[in-house]
Design a protein around this ligand. Structure first.
Ligand code: WT7
Length: 681
């Protein structure tokens, strides 16, 4: 693997930040944890699992028949009991589980653990009335409101795996996921508030339902209150059913390996993969990482993962990790600049947030807005600030540390993926001296390595494939409905070793630097989108002959989508017609995938650069997109093509960012701008 000039600058970063002394003294994770876990990996995970409440203890920690694992074999538990009931039983029912902050100012709601328990029981009873049984999949397409958490936990309580689709995805993305996992019940809301306007969700679900004949019921939360279309018999209101149901519900205990949820994520080929997570191992992983990386102290901490529940970050660190620990969290509905560019800082000051978890793209947006906004508020309650979703550049790290963390909070740059369930590589806040830009060390009990093509660890300072060499409890168990794809995607390059798809290197101290994706997956504001997915959407327009999509570096979103498109000869692309066509193609992508996948730039070109064997040279297109000098062109069939494209690119007007909200069916988030995307926010 070659390392670009920008990266080699990054890799010469040599500043270090010691763990804050007071944090270190009282941290849940003390230095001997690494040795203990290294000496007895399964013993370490077993100790972590003991923090949960099991109905039946496991017989065996791990059963590993590569690449299939079973964790805490023979154990039984219920995830919702672990997140809710047991805290109430322990006398902590009065503690706030969520301080929910709606986007309109003053629209707030606090939910205690006791209230959450009642609501989860009511929802479990209502879902049972709608025919949901153990093993049934339930689709959730919801905004950031407390009912979303209630819905997920109610599914978990019934042993009905939830399949949450980010509400910024299009109706088409929703229906393909519903069909793939065979969900027959959908939970949604009429809409949510985003930048002061209502983003309707129900219309998108209605459109999706046209292609989902197997869906029996759509359960709808009233959040924004506008008129919605209604299909009697199929559609039911949350307030007519859930809120009228009994608050008594006796939970069933499930096998440790019972499916907890499915979450779709982009891979290198067109269709998204349904990543399957199960119960005992996943809960062990997310609760222990919450306790040890975020140092959660339920009596005193106020935790805020500023992400959307529609991503895995939200599943693991808004819902399951914090709740399993019984901590108080903040949950925010809207855009980071709704009501002012200091909205987040106002929330942190008001609730005394002690731990914040967000994405580099959001941090860079705040940097752009300026430090006067965080300065308007007292952020001294913050003691740990986390980052996730993409490599964090040292400037953003330093800015975050000083302007948000007051130079005293510990920064944790956490590397992981949807497939991993929870954090795998990270500093521990009371132990690790951090380096800006480095994810540092595998979490205790995690065996990560950097491999060369030969399947052996590379030397210090060399780039290679980031892999995990031993199973871990939060790992995906399979790809829903396609175990062959699971085996091929993650376990075939190095048999028995998990291939992450990322590149990394270890520095002279053995600390990890994650360098980003090695495959055709782009990371747009921390969202995974594959180049093929976008190409498929573009070529679905009948005017298009061919499309090649590349990720180009972008100062705010990390990577931005640039598409090179050839149009059929019969179609007029001159002047206004060309401009309209480009706009149309961007809309097509938004409709087929979601606004977050809308290309920053689409360049119409008469031809694409190809090798003699007809393969599109994306590497050269990336050079063009980044206005770089072209790399090696000797393998091209016709090297004048790429020069012509480079010229077109140089003349092309920089495309204005489109921040309109577009059609209702495309949902809440417009992730073509980082202000909106806020990474996972
Ligand atoms: C991809 C996974 C699971 C969290 C949200 C993203 C990139 C994630 C880091 C980090 C460098 C990171 C990787 C990874 N990534 N965290 N701290 N440093 N890169 O989940 O959508 O499954 O994306 O995000 O490229 O493969 P995801």
């Amino acid at each position: 693997m070659t390392i670009s000039p920008e990266l080699s600058v990054l890799l010469h970063e040599n500043r270090q930040f010691d763990p804050p002394a007071d944090l270190a003294a009282n941290a849940n994770a003390q230095p001997e944890i690494y040795e203990r876990a290294a000496a007895d990996r399964l013993g370490f995970w077993s100790e972590q699992a003991e923090f949960l409440t099991w109905d039946r203890h496991w017989d065996e920690v791990l059963e590993w028949e590569a690449p299939h694992s079973k964790w805490f074999v023979g154990g039984t538990l219920n995830a919702s009991v672990n997140c809710v009931d047991r805290h109430v039983d322990a006398g902590n029912g009065g503690r706030v589980a969520f301080h929910w902050v709606g986007e309109p100012e003053g629209d707030t709601r606090a939910t205690t653990y006791a209230q959450l328990k009642d609501q989860v029981c009511q929802a479990a009873n209502a879902l049972t009335d709608l025919g949901v049984k153990k093993g049934d999949r339930v689709a959730i397409y919801m905004p950031m409101i407390p009912e979303t958490v209630v819905a997920m936990l109610a599914c978990a309580r019934l042993g009905a795996p939830h399949m949450v689709v980010f509400a910024g995805y299009s109706s088409e993305a929703l229906s393909t996921r519903i069909i793939d996992c065979g969900a027959q019940v959908v939970i949604t809301a009429d809409g949510s508030w985003r930048k002061g306007v209502i983003n309707e969700l129900k219309p998108a679900v209605d459109v999706a339902m046209d292609s989902c004949p197997d869906v029996r019921h759509v359960l709808v939360v009233k959040r924004t209150g506008q008129e919605v279309d209604w299909r009697t018999g199929r559609d039911v209101w949350w307030h007519d059913t859930v809120e009228k149901a009994s608050t008594d519900h006796t939970p069933e205990m499930f096998d440790s390996e019972h499916p907890l949820y499915i979450m779709y994520t982009s891979g290198t080929t067109g269709t998204p993969k349904g990543v399957l997570h199960t119960t005992g191992g996943y809960l062990t992983h997310v609760s222990s990482t919450s306790r040890l990386i975020f140092d959660m102290k339920p009596e005193t901490d106020v935790f805020w993962t500023a992400a959307d529940i529609g991503w895995v970050t939200g599943h693991s660190y808004i819902v399951y990790g914090p709740l399993a620990n019984g901590v108080t969290s903040v949950m925010y509905e809207g855009a980071p600049d709704a009501g002012g560019k200091d909205r987040w800082w106002k929330i942190i000051e008001h609730y005394g947030v002690t731990i914040l978890y967000t994405a580099p793209t959001t941090i860079r947006t705040f940097m752009k807005w300026g430090e006067e906004y965080p300065k308007m508020h007292d952020l001294s309650s913050l003691r740990i600030i986390g980052s996730v979703g993409e490599p964090i550049n040292p400037e953003a790290w330093i800015w975050y540390h000083s302007n948000i963390g007051g130079n005293t909070a510990a920064v944790v740059d956490t590397w992981w993926q949807t497939e991993n369930g929870g954090i795998l590589i990270t500093p521990l806040p009371g132990i690790t001296a951090t380096k800006p830009g480095a994810a540092m060390k595998p979490f205790p009990g995690i065996s990560a390595e950097v491999f060369g093509n030969d399947g052996k660890p590379v030397g210090r300072g060399e780039g290679g494939f980031l892999v995990v060499t031993e199973p871990w409890p939060g790992m995906l168990r399979t790809v829903w409905g396609d175990d062959e794809r699971y085996q091929r995607t993650y376990w075939s390059k190095f048999p028995g070793v998990y291939l992450s798809g990322d590149g990394a290197k270890k520095d002279d101290d053995g600390d990890f630097w994650v360098l980003g994706r090695l495959d055709d997956v782009m990371n747009i504001s921390g969202h995974r989108i594959s180049t093929t997915e976008v190409e498929h959407a573009i070529v679905s327009d009948l005017k298009v002959a061919e499309a090649a999509v590349v990720g180009a570096s972008d100062p705010i979103t990390g990577t931005a989508i640039v598409a090179f498109v050839t149009i059929k000869a019969s179609v007029d692309t001159e002047g206004e017609a060309g401009v309209r066509l480009v706009a149309e193609l961007r809309d097509t992508v938004a409709e087929r995938i979601g606004k977050l996948a809308r290309p920053r730039q689409i360049l119409l070109t008469p031809e694409l650069p190809k090798t003699r064997s007809g393969k599109i040279m994306r590497r050269l297109l990336r050079d063009v997109a980044e206005h770089r000098e072209l790399g090696d062109v000797t393998t091209l069939a016709d090297s004048t093509v790429v020069d012509m494209i480079a010229e077109l690119m140089a003349d092309a007007p920089a495309e204005a960012e489109d921040t309109t909200n577009g059609s209702a069916a495309s949902g809440v988030a417009d992730s073509t701008t980082a202000e909106e995307a806020g990474g996972h926010a």
